[in-house]
Design a protein around this ligand. Structure first.
Ligand code: ZN
Length: 419
């Protein structure tokens, strides 16, 4: 994942353009993708797909004749969706179009102007402060014209048509934790899942944030009824603790499964209620959809100082954190896949466990699993799923599943699933 992230990092991506397509070409070396090109002007609910933006070069030449700001050195230097311009101007006029972070003077901020045609450059405040008086030539050789927006998806088919949606956004230029870490986790999650015989189908969606998910929803509205739940994958690679942001409904199967995994991870973690800013969960959890979509991250966007700046680089993320995050996604999916409902074959009073060798005769030898067994035999009434029972018993899902399997072998439980 870290190698893929390193390869994607230098590419200038945005909500449209060839950088996004080039990124999908690279991802396609790992998994196959089905791409959709949506023409500029296409309506999507209250939005329309914007013009397509591509940059050949962009720089500012200072009074001494050298390039003082150059997009070729770091694509964050150019305001996202910057319109083409060639103009010579004074330092004070130039400064009206320069963006810096005064409190972090050595990093380049990430700024965009998608829906308001503008031009500008971003730079370190320390450099901004050292610019000398004189004439500056601004050159932005870019195109901002009718074209299309690209999104891509892959469907890993399970036994059921019911889907789990895993979604990430591909619109950020050179930033690692925000956006790209989610892209590589989603890619390798798809690569991992496709080797199994799965119960649910898994749709992995790569799209620009906001306009991409809005457009996808507008074109797939009928499909949303068959989406059981989903997760927005982002901020997966920093060394902070895991954060789960709940769906708008807050108590759906994905919320319970994600929180269950974090609670039993033996590590510190954070749970946040849904709030209506952030990433694409804003669209999936808008009132007209209200889908069971949460987001599993490490340190949330906006909560680390490197967020939306050149500080969010290859040194801010690491392979261990990416590995730990994907492991948690796999554990959540493992719960979804095996969250069966069982029915006891012996509902009238407890079955005699001792005669089946399931209960120690002289005091408990494995009190934890014996307790789980009692929970299962009591709650397997067709109403509670294995996850419900694991939550009530305060035991890890994997342990409850193992004990349930043993009770099935002894004929004390039977599956109540339609599957
Ligand atoms: Zn962002």
């Amino acid at each position: 994942m870290y190698d893929l992230l390193s390869e994607l990092f230098p590419i200038c991506r945005s909500i449209t353009g060839d950088g996004v397509r080039e990124s999908y070409d690279i991802i396609e070396r790992v998994i196959s993708l089905c791409r959709t090109e949506v023409a500029t002007g296409t309506k999507a609910f209250d939005w329309a797909v914007p013009k397509e933006w591509n940059v050949r070069e962009a720089y500012v030449i200072g009074p001494e004749g050298d390039r003082v700001i150059d997009f070729a050195n770091n694509n964050l230097h150019l305001l996202g969706y910057c319109k083409p311009i060639v103009e010579t101007m004074s330092l004070s006029k130039l400064k009206e179009h320069l963006y810096t972070l005064e409190d972090q003077p050595d990093v380049v901020p990430y700024r965009t102007s998608y829906y308001d045609e503008n031009w500008g450059f971003c730079l370190a405040h320390s450099q901004y402060a050292s610019l000398i008086e004189g004439d500056y030539k601004v050159v932005v050789d870019a195109t901002l014209e009718d074209g299309s927006m690209t999104y891509a998806e892959t469907l890993i088919e399970g036994r059921l048509d019911e889907e789990v949606l895993i979604t990430c956004y591909t619109c950020h230029p050179s930033m690692c934790n925000d956006s790209l870490s989610g892209v590589v986790v989603a890619t390798y999650l798809a690569d991992y899942l496709r080797q199994f015989d799965l119960k649910y189908s898994y749709r992995i969606l790569f799209a620009p944030e906001t306009i991409g998910s809005i457009t996808w929803l507008s074109r797939n509205e009928a499909r949303t009824d068959s989406i059981l739940c989903g997760l927005v994958v982002t901020c997966c690679g920093d060394s902070g603790k895991l954060t789960y942001k709940r769906s708008r409904r807050g108590d759906t199967v994905i919320d319970v499964a994600a929180e269950h995994v974090l609670r039993h991870s033996c590590k510190d973690y954070l749970i946040e209620d849904f709030f209506p800013y952030g990433s694409d969960e804003r669209q999936f959890c808008s009132p007209g959809f209200n889908m069971a979509v949460g987001s599993l991250m490490r340190t949330r966007y906006g909560a680390y100082k490197e967020y939306h700046s050149s500080g969010d680089d290859l040194s801010f993320v690491n392979a261990e954190s990416l590995g730990d995050t994907i492991q948690k996604y796999i554990e959540i999916i493992d719960i979804l896949e095996h969250n069966t409902t069982y029915v006891t074959t012996n509902p009238k009073c407890e079955p005699q466990l001792g005669k089946r060798g399931l209960y120690s005769k002289i005091g408990p030898t494995n009190p934890q699993s014996e307790l789980i067994m009692l929970w299962l035999l009591n709650l397997c009434d067709g109403e509670s799923s294995l996850l419900d029972i694991a939550e009530k018993a305060g035991s890890p899902f994997s342990s409850v599943r193992r004990v349930a399997d043993n009770l099935v072998k002894h004929g004390l439980l039977v599956k109540d699933d339609l599957e």
